[in-house]
Ligand binder design. Structure first.
Ligand SMILES: Cc1cc2nc3c(=O)[nH]c(=O)nc-3n(C[C@H](O)[C@H](O)[C@H](O)COP(=O)(O)O)c2cc1C
Length: 173
């Protein structure tokens, strides 16, 4: 099996992170993979906003926990980096395009030994006045909506074991 296929199999969602920050070289390699995601009509609308300062991370995590209905929760699992993926709803395939960026980020992270997890509720948050204000501060146009948070860091503990793949998901009539 080649390295790409091996990475696709071995990537896992990690839910416990060390506080140690990932290196810039690792982050840049991961972001670069996000840039290379396919997009409908080649429009490349998704943007990736890198959050590494503790204050903004905490703000985003708290808002995420509140939307989840568990205000005391830690939905970012202590990850020191969050890449927020937003995409332009004026592009027909915005959600598909943003999701592919998320996939590229997670797979690229695994390929360089960085743990990741897709965290939901970006769509709900960036639809709120607070989320829209942050987008404004970041220079992201109002037509954008949240697709996902890709949290990144070094796994604290074992890389999770894979679950068996469900049967019957390849149909070859
Ligand atoms: C669209 C999407 C949303 C997800 N949202 C969350 C989330 O909010 N929190 C979380 O811990 N994991 C989340 N995950 C991770 C999934 O739970 C995980 O991919 C699934 O359990 C399979 O595990 P694996 O990624 O290790 O193969 C999400 C994954 C996807 C694709």
């Amino acid at each position: 099996m080649n390295e790409t296929l091996k990475t696709l199999r071995e990537r896992r969602s990690v839910r416990k992170y060390q506080s140690k920050q990932i290196s810039d070289a690792e982050l840049n390699a991961i972001l670069e993979a996000g840039l290379w995601a396919a997009s409908g009509h080649g429009l490349q609308s998704p943007v990736m906003v890198v959050i590494q300062d503790a204050e903004t991370l905490e703000k985003l995590e708290k808002a995420n926990a509140a939307i989840q209905g568990n205000p005391d929760g830690h939905p970012f699992y202590g990850a020191p980096t969050d890449v927020v993926v937003l995409a332009d709803t004026s592009s027909y395939n915005w959600l598909q395009d943003g999701s592919l960026v998320m996939g590229n980020l997670m797979n690229a992270a695994a390929s360089v030994g960085v743990a990741s997890c897709w965290i939901n509720r970006a769509m709900e948050y960036f639809d709120t006045p607070e989320g829209k204000e942050l987008m404004k501060q970041w220079g992201v146009p109002e037509t954008y909506r949240g697709v996902g948070h890709c949290v990144l860091g070094y796994a604290d503990g074992e890389w999770p074991a894979p679950k068996p793949r469900k049967e019957g998901r390849i149909i070859r009539p």
